[in-house]
Design a protein around this ligand. Structure first.
Ligand SMILES: Nc1ncnc2c1ncn2[C@@H]1O[C@H](COP(=O)(O)OP(=O)(O)O)[C@@H](O)[C@H]1O
Ligand SMILES: [Mg+2]
Length: 284
């Protein structure tokens, strides 16, 4: 049995582990470039970690462009946001929204009608620190760019996940972000929206191409998945299920984050056609 080290309110998602409270891990999801899948990765990774029994807080640090709530189907439940907490207009308990689908998963939404510049970096750092006292994982979804919004998103984190699509522009932006992160954060790479058919044709960078350029530990590879649009519109992250390659790819990322030794990430390549096998020496 766990001994309570402080008085918790009924709604307080406190994580109390015996006499001492172990701090959770704060991980920022970033990329430099917009539209590469940071928010999608955050929602699915948070869901997959929660499904493993972890207590997870997702922080939408994309102030002004909030959309993590929509991916989780929580937009109607958001009453307060990050800036309300930073400005002390709301308590963390008031602002954390419990997820509909996964026990242990909570969202701290972004302010929609505010500017990134309004966020105080030190206050953001303190907010993430207090979330680490209550959750196993604090996952921070960062905005595009490398300006103040990025700095605020990384302020309280110790680890980083960088999301990259197999495009030269995205690879370059990730390279820049990794340079800015420096030696801290031990960035790990998620390659998102890979289209095996295009890689095979030679019109899309392959996982190996991206990997060879960025030289980061490869955390996961996610295919371009038409189902993601459907699940996003429904507010039900794909990782709620374990059906299919992409859902399982998110679960493998969560397992790797949790320290499990899972096989190297890869995307199934299309089988060589008969023609290729006969004339190009391809293997079935
Ligand atoms: N693996 C994927 N397959 C297909 N569509 C994706 C995938 N990942 C993201 N998307 C789509 O790409 C768009 C941008 O994703 P999003 O997560 O919002 O990116 P970011 O947060 O980096 O701006 C969204 O419309 C999302 O549904
Ligand atoms: Mg986003």
């Amino acid at each position: 049995m766990h001994a309570l080290t402080h008085t918790a309110t009924a709604t307080e998602p406190a994580v109390t582990r015996g006499e001492t409270t172990k701090l959770g891990r704060a991980i920022v999801v970033t990329s430099g470039k917009g539209g590469v899948g940071k928010t999608t990765t955050t929602a699915n990774l948070g869901t997959a970690l929660a499904q493993r029994g972890a207590r997870v807080a997702l922080v939408d640090a994309d102030i002004g462009l909030r959309n993590l709530d929509i991916l989780l189907g929580l937009e109607n439940r958001v009453q307060y946001h990050v800036l309300d907490v930073l400005d002390e207009n709301a308590s963390l308990d008031d602002a954390l929204v419990a997820d509909k689908h996964s026990d242990g998963l909570y969202l701290l939404a972004a302010a929609q009608s505010r500017e990134k510049e309004e966020v105080d970096t030190e206050k953001m750092r303190a907010l993430v620190a207090s979330l680490r006292e209550r959750f196993d994982y604090v996952i921070i979804d960062s905005p595009a760019g490398i300006e103040k919004g990025f700095k605020n998103a990384v302020a309280g984190a110790q680890e980083a996940i960088v999301v990259c699509t197999p495009e030269v522009s995205a690879v370059r932006d990730v390279d820049r972000v990794v340079g800015l992160l420096g030696n801290r954060f031990r960035p790990q790479l998620v390659i998102n929206r890979v289209r095996p058919q295009l890689v095979k044709k030679g019109t899309m960078l392959s996982v190996e191409d991206v990997d060879a350029f960025l030289r980061l530990p490869l955390l996961g590879v996610i295919a371009d998945e038409p189902q993601i649009i459907v699940t996003t519109n429904r507010g039900e992250p794909l990782a709620l299920s374990r059906d299919g390659q992409t859902a399982n790819a998110y679960h493998a990322i969560a397992a790797r984050i949790a320290g499990e030794d899972v096989p190297a990430p890869r995307v199934e390549m299309p089988k060589p056609t008969l023609f290729e096998r006969l004339f190009r020496g391809g293997r079935a």
